[in-house]
Design a protein around this ligand. Structure first.
Ligand SMILES: Cc1cc2nc3c(=O)[nH]c(=O)nc-3n(C[C@H](O)[C@H](O)[C@H](O)COP(=O)(O)O)c2cc1C
Length: 195
């Protein structure tokens, strides 16, 4: 299995980085191929340029697609599973990752497809994993868990993936209470992929 992790956190001192390390070792234990798009480390351009907007906004498929976006398309085409890993910032992913969707989900490729343009393949597995300061029960109570799941799973992953799952690793303000369980959930989500 070829796994692509789209990772969005700026700091190696973060808990999200520890989650990345756990995830990597669980994946490598399975002997799968792993590629990581580390959006902050690679300084991924998350702002859409005026020319890119013209292509997207007016569906001008003949306008060029930027090289960095084409490189992401290539990684996607090679993957059997995409895992998005990020911290929850203001009830959503960091702007860096939002910008990845804005630019990499280009028209003709990820939506607005036509016969004459190469379209994104349907990927067997799509997983979103986010860390959150609030505990899961609170995110459920205030409806934020459901809205994050709706946007991530139904819109951003959408019909582009056959099997979709979202894991909210909440309660990171009191890490000692949740960490062990989080790491178990990570192991489980990876081992479920092999079934
Ligand atoms: C700018 C910012 C916004 C945040 N917004 C939220 C939020 O809306 N909901 C939430 O549960 N936690 C929020 N948090 C807490 C992060 O989700 C938490 O820091 C993350 O789970 C784990 O931290 P780390 O990976 O940065 O160490 C926010 C943190 C930052 C820095």
């Amino acid at each position: 299995m070829n796994i692509l992790i789209i990772y969005a956190h700026p700091s190696k001192k973060s808990y999200t980085f520890q989650v990345l390390e756990r995830l990597k070792s669980a994946i490598l234990k399975q002997n799968w191929n792993l590629e990581i798009s580390d959006l902050y480390a690679s300084n991924f351009e998350s702002d859409m340029s005026e020319e890119e907007y013209e292509r997207e906004g007016f569906a001008k498929l003949d306008l060029p697609i930027a090289e960095d976006v084409l490189a992401e398309h290539k990684k996607i085409e090679n993957a059997d599973c995409l895992i998005f890993l990020y911290p929850v910032w203001w009830s959503d992913c960091p702007a860096k990752l939002k910008g990845w969707f804005d630019r990499v989900y280009s028209v003709g490729y990820a939506y607005g497809q036509t016969e004459s343009f190469p379209k994104m393949k349907t990927i067997p597995h799509g997983i979103a994993i986010c860390t959150a300061g609030h505990p899961n029960h609170f995110l459920d109570e205030i409806g934020i868990a459901q809205s994050m799941e709706k946007i991530m799973l139904e819109d951003r992953l959408g019909k582009r993936f056959e099997n979709k799952e979202m894991l909210i690793l909440g309660g990171t303000l009191e890490l000692e209470k949740v960490m062990e369980n989080h790491f178990l959930q990570i192991e489980k989500i990876v081992s479920n992929l092999s079934n």
